[in-house]
Ligand binder design. Structure first.
Ligand code: ADP
Ligand code: MG
Length: 457
């Protein structure tokens, strides 16, 4: 039977504070100052019951890391402080914050917890800061715009719309803006995912509590909304967002939006919302260059407290090219390997981890890519693989190269070899060209999306 968490049984905030201080003081003694600063300093306690203690991490990345690496440390520390054992549970701020009706229930180990939360802002998350963001040609504009907005909210660019493929730092920039607005300007900034807005909208339909819904979103100083492409299937909540947008915009409140594609490529987004988004600044984040990835790998290694030579960082950056989240996953793996084996990080170890990470992806053959693209463009496989420079063949060929680079484990040379006997620089050129084109061209964006999802099915 689900057990409902009753607020009256909750430990008071002062007691939680006291217990948190005790737990953190013990942990501080066993981890490095830098590790402490990044992973532990922004933790909060959400609740303490007879059976469990729920900690709140600022984001899912930190939550996962704490859960995977420090669960035992937390359990033993909690035991020391409370003199009895508790199950240690980690949630993210995003999972528990926000209007209570947005997330009425959280399930964990067959227990159902319901709660009311007073605070809807995300705490300062030191990890997603401007200092920790590596700037390169691919994200220079988005970074500069984000800094400008955080320095001069409501004035610099309003709205600011940042778009780019997954894992390229959009959420990171949004949090960084949020952090500055809250810390420096003491503003009531609200970061939320589009999904959360939609969920809250749906639960408000049920509860009919429109006044509090509107009051919540329309009284903020800044609204930072992540992954707006998820509005695609929710016409009514888009309508509501349109009114929220207008109210905030007219009151000169800062609005920042992210999406995995430009507004005009979001299928079913109304023209009036698209044109609103274009009132401010639209900026894209491109795929990272190898130099930026090396710099990111070095920065992340520093944050994770591991020793990574330049050669090792280059090896990682060469092998993980599309998604910084994966690069970060590899660094997390290296960090735990280093701690467990106490050995230095070698190139062989990096290659092993990269192999394992790519093994987790579905294995896609280049032949399948070639076949799917040929079919889509109504050409034969041999035409696609030919050297002919007719435009009706070069575009599908470049698309095949782009998708192969993204979904297969093949090297540039191998891809070039399969598709028309081209060299590696032709593949890089094709890959970058198609990435850039798909940012601007809605049709191409849709074609790529469809092809990729068919192949991954
Ligand atoms: P997105 O929201 O675009 O999918 P995220 O902001 O979640 O991507 O980024 C994924 C991970 O990669 C995060 O941990 C983030 O810190 C990291 N990351 C992405 N770009 C950069 C960058 N330029 N510098 C440092 N870290 C980055
Ligand atoms: Mg994101």
């Amino acid at each position: 039977m689900p057990e409902t968490y009753k607020k009256k049984n909750a430990v008071s905030d002062t007691e939680k504070d006291f217990i948190l201080k005790g737990v953190l003081a013990v942990i501080k003694k066993v981890v490095s100052a830098q590790q402490y600063d990044i992973w532990f300093s922004c933790l909060k306690i959400f609740s303490i019951s007879n059976n469990s203690i729920i900690f709140v991490a600022p984001n899912s990345f930190i939550r996962e890391w704490l859960h995977n690496h420090y669960n035992d440390l937390f359990s033993s520390t909690v035991y020391k402080i409370l003199n009895s054992s508790r199950e240690v549970i980690f949630y993210t701020e995003d999972e528990i914050s926000g209007p209570s009706s947005a997330i009425p229930l959280i399930k964990k180990n067959n227990k159902v917890l319901s709660f009311k939360d007073e605070n809807y802002t995300v705490p300062i998350n030191k990890y997603y800061s401007f200092e920790n963001f590596v700037v390169g040609p691919c994200n220079r504009l988005a970074h500069a715009a984000a800094v400008a907005v955080s320095e001069s909210p409501g004035n610099a660019y309003n709205p600011l719309f940042i778009y780019g493929a997954p894992g390229l730092g959009k959420t990171h920039l949004l949090h960084a803006i949020n952090n500055v607005l809250m810390a420096k300007h003491k503003m009531k900034a609200m970061y939320l995912s589009c999904e959360r807005f939609v969920n809250h909208y749906i639960s408000t339909i049920r509860s009919n509590s429109w006044d509090s819904f509107r009051e919540l979103y329309r009284n903020v100083d800044a609204l930072l909304i992540d992954d707006i492409q998820l509005f695609e299937n929710s016409q009514e909540s888009r309508e509501e967002f349109f009114h929220t947008f207008n109210t905030l915009y007219n009151a000169k409140k800062q609005i920042v939006i992210t999406s995995d594609c430009p507004p005009q490529s979001i299928v079913s987004l109304e023209e009036r919302l698209i044109s609103r988004f274009k009132w401010g600044l639209l900026c894209g984040i491109d795929n990272t260059t190898i130099e930026t990835r090396i710099a990111i790998a070095e920065k992340k290694a520093l944050l994770w407290g591991i020793n990574l030579s330049h050669e090792a960082a280059s090896c990682l950056a060469e092998n993980i090219s599309s998604n910084i989240r994966e690069l970060e996953g590899a660094i997390a793996r290296l960090s735990s390997e280093e701690k467990i084996t106490k050995n230095n990080i070698t190139i062989d170890l990096i290659k092993k981890i990269v192999r394992e990470l790519s093994g987790n992806r579905k294995h896609i053959n280049i032949e399948d890519v070639i076949e799917a693209v040929s079919k889509r463009f109504n050409i034969s496989v041999s035409q696609l693989q030919s050297k002919s420079k007719t435009r009706s063949l070069t575009l599908p060929r470049q698309i095949a190269m782009h998708i192969s680079r993204k979904l297969t484990n093949m090297s540039l040379m191998e891809i070039g070899g399969y598709i028309g006997g081209r060299d590696h620089s032709t593949v890089i050129y094709a890959d970058e060209k198609i990435s850039k084109m798909s940012m601007k061209d809605k049709n191409l964006h849709l074609i790529l999306q469809k092809l990729e999802s068919e192949l991954l099915k």
